[in-house]
Design a protein around this ligand. Structure first.
Ligand code: NAD
Length: 252
């Protein structure tokens, strides 16, 4: 029960990593706002973990007013906010030379990049208003630190998540706020499953273990980072990529 009494917002809470994280946080004693564009699926997560521990909220994280309202809703429901997990996102992309910026760049940047800025800003204002410490964890990706096929916009957004995290830790540290980015590798969620079994197998081979990471393994890391046990982890990137970033040359 490392998170007893803590109030956490999980964006993308209805997706693979989000859902596993909500389960883990509740098991550790937290009360959680399961926030997602897909309200029915967010509600299904709440039904599973129990309405005393969680609520479902519809949010489009690419709209600042909606993220602000989400934070206000968490405070209304649970009295405070302790941890913001900026995790909602989309993947995909096209070769650069085929780009239409309106289709291939701006939507991705709004959802995967601007959303994290909005989440950091809204949560930090709440932490400061409460006069209490807080933690902001944001989901980047191995693509935020390397080049990859068809990832021009996705990689840029995920690199920005790391930069936001560093700046947030620097600026907000004096208020007792920690910011950490995580870089999952290949995680067994709908995001990867949608790409089909062939690509799934290739992705698995690119990891040190030869298998995809399970979302529960990411959730365990998030729960640790959210806890006071991680009090000295700030402004940095925690790689939860099963060796991908270190070993990928082996597979070239
Ligand atoms: P997922 O598709 O299972 O879940 C993503 C969730 O985000 C979905 O529930 C979706 O409804 C929600 N969402 C999308 N756009 C939204 C919006 N505008 N507002 C609110 N909610 C929105 O994917 P996942 O694998 O669980 O991904 C979670 C995060 O992890 C993403 O940021 C993704 O980029 C990142 N990531 C995933 C992998 C992987 O291999 N699965 C690897 C690295 C990073």
């Amino acid at each position: 029960m490392r998170l007893n009494g803590k109030v956490v917002i999980v964006t993308g809470g209805a997706g693979g990593i989000g859902r596993a994280t909500v389960r883990k946080l509740v098991a550790e004693g937290a009360r959680v706002v399961v926030a997602d564009l897909a309200l029915d699926q967010a509600q299904a997560v709440v039904d599973e973990v129990g309405a005393d521990a969680a609520i479902a909220e519809r949010v489009d994280v690419s709209v600042f007013a909606e993220v602000e309202a989400l934070v206000a809703r968490a405070v209304e429901a649970f009295g405070r906010l302790d941890v913001m997990f900026n995790n909602a996102g989309i993947a995909g992309g096209r070769p650069l030379l085929e780009h239409d910026p309106e289709r291939d760049y701006f939507p991705m940047i709004r959802i995967d990049q601007d959303s994290v800025y909005f989440g950091i800003l809204a949560a930090a204002r709440q932490f400061v208003a409460q006069g209490s410490p807080g933690v902001i964890i944001s989901t980047s990706s191995i693509y935020g630190e390397s080049a990859a096929e068809n990832a021009f916009a996705y990689g840029a957004a995920k690199a920005a998540v790391i930069s936001f995290t560093r700046s947030a830790a620097y600026e907000l540290g004096p208020h007792g706020i920690r910011a950490v980015a995580i870089t999952p590798g290949r995680v067994n969620t709908p995001m990867i499953q949608r790409l089909g079994p062939e690509l799934g197998s290739l992705f698995a081979e690119q990891q040190a273990s030869g298998r995809l990471t399970e979302p529960e393994e990411i959730a365990d890391t998030v729960a640790f980072l959210a806890s006071d046990e991680a009090s000295a982890i700030n402004g940095t990137v925690v790689h939860v990529d099963d060796g991908y970033s270190v070993f990928k040359q082996r597979f070239a």
